[in-house]
Design a protein around this ligand. Structure first.
Ligand SMILES: C[S@@+](CC[C@H](N)C(=O)[O-])C[C@H]1O[C@@H](n2cnc3c(N)ncnc32)[C@H](O)[C@@H]1O
Length: 272
């Protein structure tokens, strides 16, 4: 009689750690950027603040926020069912403090879903909205609208923080070239001399290994791939100056870069 070997179980923590390693490979000083963002929230908001993790992936910001501010709550939103599944399995709901929501930022109705969640939690507005390495996926017209939608959701005096690559203006060709060169050299050399798997390799590995463990997850990967097919990377080119003007226009009173390494920046905006 043949003995059937059971498929290996998915080790959610392993995949969460592997996500952080590959993201840190692509992004210099990823943890320092999170630190700057969370220090701003800790200083500008009450301990029991409610924060939106915008395009959260597996909840990288929420995970760090909830650990650092033990009375805070997070609403983590994304449209990728694979990353949401990873986050939900690895982090859970952190004793009712982490609220997961599937939203597509290309659909303006996402704002209503956040307002409904806030109402369920007995709140009217968010204290802060944080996003990292994500909004470059939006077209520039959509990004401008998302900034207006974010502004509607934040209370007066609350804050928005966006960490991402935001380009120098084309007339600063030397600045642009230096930024590009620094990025390429970093990818080439790896972090502290160690090369990690790339974003593409991570996705290939997770798909192969998750499906081997549980073929029913195929629907999540099908949906994930459908998002990638319609993405047009050529759109994610908003200049840093555009980010700042769009935020000011959306109703933020103080807007500027609070941390920067080449074109890798954290922008802080205070709601008027
Ligand atoms: C590189 S990941 C960053 C995730 C997380 N913030 C981090 O720093 O680890 C970019 C995220 O943006 C999400 N995203 C891109 N376009 C989106 C959209 N239209 N609506 C919701 N999420 C989106 C992707 O699904 C992905 O999770």
């Amino acid at each position: 009689m043949s003995v059937k070997t059971l498929p290996a179980k998915i080790d959610w923590q392993h995949w969460m750690e592997r996500w952080d390693i590959q993201q840190s490979h692509h992004l210099a000083m990823r943890e320092e950027r999170f630190e700057i963002m969370l220090d701003a929230v800790a200083t500008l908001c009450q301990p029991e603040c409610i924060v939106l993790d915008l395009a959260c992936g597996p909840g990288s910001i929420s995970q760090r926020l909830l650990a650092q501010l033990p009375e805070s709550q997070a609403i983590a939103v994304d449209y990728d069912p694979v990353l949401l599944k990873l986050g939900q399995e690895a982090l859970g709901d952190v004793n009712g403090r982490l609220h997961w929501l599937k939203v597509d930022l290309n659909d303006p109705n996402w704002v209503v879903k956040i307002q409904e969640t806030l109402a369920r939690l007995g709140r009217t507005h968010l204290d802060a909205v944080l996003s990292s390495t994500a909004l470059h996926w939006l077209t520039t017209p959509r990004l401008i609208d998302v900034y207006r939608e974010v502004a509607q959701l934040i209370r007066p005096g609350g804050c928005f923080l966006n960490a991402d690559h935001m380009a120098f203006t084309p007339t600063l060709a030397t600045f642009r070239n230096l930024s590009l060169q620094a990025r390429e050299q970093r990818m080439e050399k790896g972090t502290h001399g160690v090369k990690s798997e790339t974003f593409t390799q991570w996705w290939a590995a997770i798909e192969t290994q998750w499906l081997a463990a549980d073929p029913a997850l195929q629907t999540l990967f099908d949906e994930h791939h459908s998002h990638y097919q319609v993405r047009d990377r050529s759109y994610g080119k908003a200049l840093a100056s555009l980010h700042l003007s769009a935020l000011a226009d959306a109703g933020f009173l103080e807007v500027d870069t609070i941390w920067q390494r080449y074109d890798n920046r954290v922008v802080l905006a205070i709601r008027g």
